[in-house]
Design a protein around this ligand. Sequence first.
Ligand code: 6GU
Length: 291
Amino acid sequence: MRLDVVTIFPEYLDPLDVSLVGKARARGPLDVHVHDLRQWAHDRHNTVDDTPYGGGPGMVMKTDPWGEALDSVVADGYESGAGRPVLVVPTPSGRPFTQETAVRLSEQPWLIFTPARYEGIDRRVVDEYATRVPVLELSIGDYVLAGGEAAVLVMVEAVARLLPGVLGNAESHRDDSFAPGAMVDLLEGPVYTKPPLWRGRGVPEVLVSGHHGRIARWRRDEALHRTAEHRPDLIERCDPAAFDKHDRATLAALGWQPGPGGRYVRGPLADAEGDDGSGDPEPATGTARRR
Ligand code: 6GU
């Protein structure tokens, strides 16, 4: 896979030389090209930004440097036979980047990332390239970063570990939390390694029992507990057909019941109580129903 990143902070992408992504680059499955956008800014100060039309705070990245940069990068990739590029535009106003996005991107031969600073890139750049190549505007979460470079590091790591031969073991991401295709997406539970006793703390007995069935069951219970606690929205989203009898008992013990639509909801009267799904307790309004 070929990756191009165009940025005004090329050194921000230095971590791509480290660890798993660094090894994938050194061994060949990943061909990474980081470009300094200012190469394509031709005035005396290599200006890449200007004030926004319509007024308002901050600065907007100019059309010309981006247009020339992308023309140059696209031409170079086509000449080297990289295939068809997908343009990835990191922005807090993009669609959510998820494990499913990572899987789809990992199937592409060539990704071009355009991390922006300031208030973003002049819209015409994205509109222009969208007529030539697939463009994905992606956000890595509901918070605002000062620029898209850290988001590129996140996305590249999520994608690179899915490439054939990058992780040691092809099975390693079969059980990933959020692996697409799983009927249920549960968070992974705790893990342990040697020594068997550390600062007075042992390891759950079942893990050293050698009973593979009991171990699998325990891991699933831990995953259900952790998911119910940290991500109740994932339990609510699950197809209830994916829960076996033991899962249902575990969920019931945690205060979950099948709701009117079949999907699991918290508390026996979750709907009747007007649960807004926020996880916040009902406000004490003095209008509690009489018993
Ligand atoms: Cl992709 N960019 C910026 N600047 N902020 C973000 C983001 C991206 N995703 C979440 N917040």
